[in-house]
Design a protein around this ligand. Structure first.
Ligand SMILES: Cc1cc2nc3c(=O)[nH]c(=O)nc-3n(C[C@H](O)[C@H](O)[C@H](O)COP(=O)(O)OP(=O)(O)OC[C@H]3O[C@@H](n4cnc5c(N)ncnc54)[C@H](O)[C@@H]3O)c2cc1C
Length: 446
């Protein structure tokens, strides 16, 4: 195990998270390569009465995977990936990123729902549910879990699966890092790729309202194998973007067909009939598509999200109005189409309101701290205007630290109470509170 403390030459690089807004200085970062290292790190935290944070891919936009003056259990060294092609399963160490995961499973033309950004950690992403392009076919990442290995707050090594600790296993389907340090995950895989029909189409901002309405109707009629989102963004300066669009707001459609690429052409056709100015949808390696829209690191982020049962023309106008005020060239509003396999799983996971048809996900990414504040205002303003059209549900992976009411809204009262009972059993002292925190049932009134 490697201990990285202030003054260590790698301290600043090691403590850095994806979101540049977060600038915290832990007393010690324990880089753990094994479950035994994790147990030692937790013992060290107990001996020195240090607050604990757990860090994998470092993509928590709220910065929940670090702290000031505490101990960070850094699982990044746990990098093993073992694919079992015959049984279509994979076991991935807690330090694996989705880029690494997808490359390894695609060697066997297998995949499961993974991150839309290749740099995201498998660990935090999956424990928070895990929404990705394959979800309408295969459900969220957590729906594909077969088992999770964990080290509990007391240092015990346990397995959670349908057979062992089933109540804990249920809680790990979206309940986040509340219950222990996960050291490895075993997933069910599905046949996919290596080549798929996928990519991006773009229209000029002037067509934003018309594209929004047509997109909604086409996406609602598309089969479950179509993973898709509408995106409002600033057209980048790239050779494939006409000069008169560069630097201006554009409407985009992200498209992935989880099946035969030839069938994928057919189902892309209704989107194509809308006459995109840029059409990058075609055959490409699934693993390449998975890193096609990676957000740049070292930017100042503010994010949020809401669920919608339907998007009326009025609701779409709110989205388009907000897109006309994007705070800067890296910020976007993503309108992801749910439905299909997402709508199942209401009893096997604590995640509420899985039958929502849409998720709006405004994310501000700016180049300066002041820009980050501007992004925050933009996101908050959008949420205020879209509020009448929301269901009240929230995808916690997409939000910063928005308080206890939003955490409860993600699960609903009944599931939250059940999660709090699991928490009381596995982490009664709330050692793991550097997360979207579920307080143990006996600490609820504290
Ligand atoms: C660029 C980008 C793209 C994203 N795209 C998506 C997307 O498409 N779909 C989606 O659902 N989310 C997405 N997210 C959100 C992301 O899934 C969550 O922020 C997730 O928590 C990140 O996981 P991580 O391991 O990278 O983060 P970390 O910051 O390392 O951890 C995040 C949280 O998980 C806990 N945690 C991490 N590892 C462990 C572990 N081993 N055991 C227990 N708890 C642990 C941490 O304590 C922390 O609370 C994206 C985020 C970014 C920045």
């Amino acid at each position: 195990m490697k201990w990285v403390k202030p003054g260590h030459p790698e301290y600043d690089e090691t403590r850095k998270l994806f979101n540049a807004m977060i600038d915290r200085r832990p007393a010690v970062i324990a880089q753990c390569g094994t479950p035994a290292d994790v147990a030692d790190a937790l013992q060290h935290a107990r001996d020195h009465q240090l607050a604990v944070a757990v860090r994998a891919g470092g993509h928590s936009v709220a910065g929940m995977s670090t702290n000031d003056g505490g101990l960070v259990v850094d699982v990044r060294p746990m990098k093993t990936i073992s694919v079992d092609p015959a049984n279509r399963t994979v076991t991935a160490g807690a330090g694996v990123t989705w880029g690494e995961f997808d490359r390894a499973t695609q060697e066997h033309s297998l995949a499961t729902t993974g991150g839309r950004a290749s740099t995201t950690g498998v660990a935090g992403f999956t424990l928070g549910g895990g929404s990705g392009w394959l979800e309408r076919s295969y459900g969220f990442a957590c729906d594909n879990l077969l088992s999770v290995e964990l080290v509990t707050a007391s240092g015990a090594r346990i397995t959670a699966s349908g057979q062992e600790n089933p109540e804990l296993f249920w809680a790990l389907h979206g309940g986040g890092g509340n219950f222990g340090v996960a050291t490895s995950f075993t997933f069910q895989l599905h046949g996919l790729g290596p080549v798929v029909q996928a990519g991006l189409m773009l229209w000029p901002g002037e067509a934003a309202s018309e594209i929004a309405r047509s997109y909604r109707d086409i996406a609602l009629a598309s089969p479950d194998a179509v993973g898709t989102a509408l995106a409002y963004l600033t057209a980048p300066s790239e050779p494939f973007v006409p000069a008169n669009m560069v630097g201006k707001m554009a409407a985009g459609v992200v498209y992935l067909y989880a099946g035969d690429p030839a069938e994928g052409v057919e189902h892309a056709e209704p989107f194509r009939e809308l006459g995109p100015t840029v059409d990058l949808v075609g055959e490409m390696a699934y693993a390449d598509f998975q890193c096609m829209i990676d957000d740049p690191p070292d930017l100042y982020n503010y994010w949020s999200a809401d669920y919608h049962a339907e998007l009326s023309d009025e609701a779409l106008e709110v989205i388009v109005d907000s897109a006309r005020q994007l705070p800067g060239p890296h910020s976007q509003n993503l309108v992801a189409r749910w439905g299909g396999a997402v709508a199942g799983g209401s009893t096997t996971t604590p995640l509420r309101n899985r039958d929502a048809n849409w998720v709006t996900h405004p994310f501000g990414l700016e180049e300066t701290r002041e820009g980050g504040q501007k992004a925050r205002e933009w996101v908050k303003k959008f949420r205020h205007h879209i509020a009448p059209y929301t269901t009240g549900g929230v995808w916690l992976n997409f939000v910063g630290d928005e308080g206890d009411a939003r955490i409860r809204a993600a699960f609903g009262d009944e599931n939250y109470a059940r999660l709090a009972r699991v928490k009381a059993e596995f982490d009664p002292l709330n050692v793991f509170r550097g997360n979207q925190n579920i307080r143990p049932v006996h600490l609820q009134s504290a």
